[in-house]
Ligand binder design. Sequence first.
Ligand SMILES: [Zn+2]
Length: 322
Amino acid sequence: MTVRVSAQWWLTPVLVSVSLVGLPTPPAAAAPAYADNVVVIMVDGLRPDALKQAEVPTLDGLIKRGASTMKAQTVEPSLTLPAFASMMSGLPVDQHGVDWNEYDPPRGFIKSPTLFEIASFNGRKWGAAFLNKEKLLHVIKQDHQLLLNVCSINEQGCNAKKITGDVIDSYKTATEGKPALFVVQLADADAAGHDQGWMSKPYLKAVEEVDRAIGTLLKGFKDLGLYDRTTFIVTADHGGHAKTHGTSMAEDMTIPWIAAGPGIKAGYEIKRPVSLIDTAATIMRAFNITDYYVEWKSRPIEEIFVDRAGTPTPSGAAKPNR
Ligand SMILES: [Zn+2]
């Protein structure tokens, strides 16, 4: 065994130098291929067309740095709790069973395993959930390996700014273990939509506040030295129309889906249809966790990832036949 290992050690630089021959520029050696951390931000009630009408420099930056679609679809009914359960379990609503949308403790927890359990089977034990609505606790099982923070939108001051600040503070003060998977829900835009109407001025202003808060979160990750090894996914649970949502109308069903991070193409527009359900498998793919088995309906969005078998595929370019 020792011989094999040492042989690999001296063979590896040889192979690397051979593979570099003929390339115009060597690929950046420092760029990690997979994420150590994934941060999923579910912006409650975010319509894709709001990103065009509001000033959202942070999300614009993520779209530029990553892969995205403005035509992703949520599940039916287009409501927060069923959608969150689908994102976390990789299953449609009729399979995970969380078809209600209020906090009702006697109903208990989702029966299907969620990302936190699936990821923890593989040694990535620490997760963190920052919830802006208490009802999401139906999907998050409290566990000593989970950093859990509930700051209800109904409480004074529980806005996106506070929650994203809490994400960074909790990471800094976590002594027993640092989370790898962060799930963050920000409800400001949804609250403004119900109050004043979707796409109204106050709604767009709330979207801008959420964008600023996400900007603070990204800066926090930079300051912690985690940014380059972190994949950020921003999506929504549903859109909205008038002062409501929950129907199968396009305004309620269509959501943005944005991912940026290690091994993800830059400035890439996703071509295949994307379901919110696909977020689960794509998170596992971003971590390079492959040795799990779970019956889900979630398919990783393969096309967002740089082809790791060969040279990085330039954004939008056709892959070579092989
Ligand atoms: Zn709502």
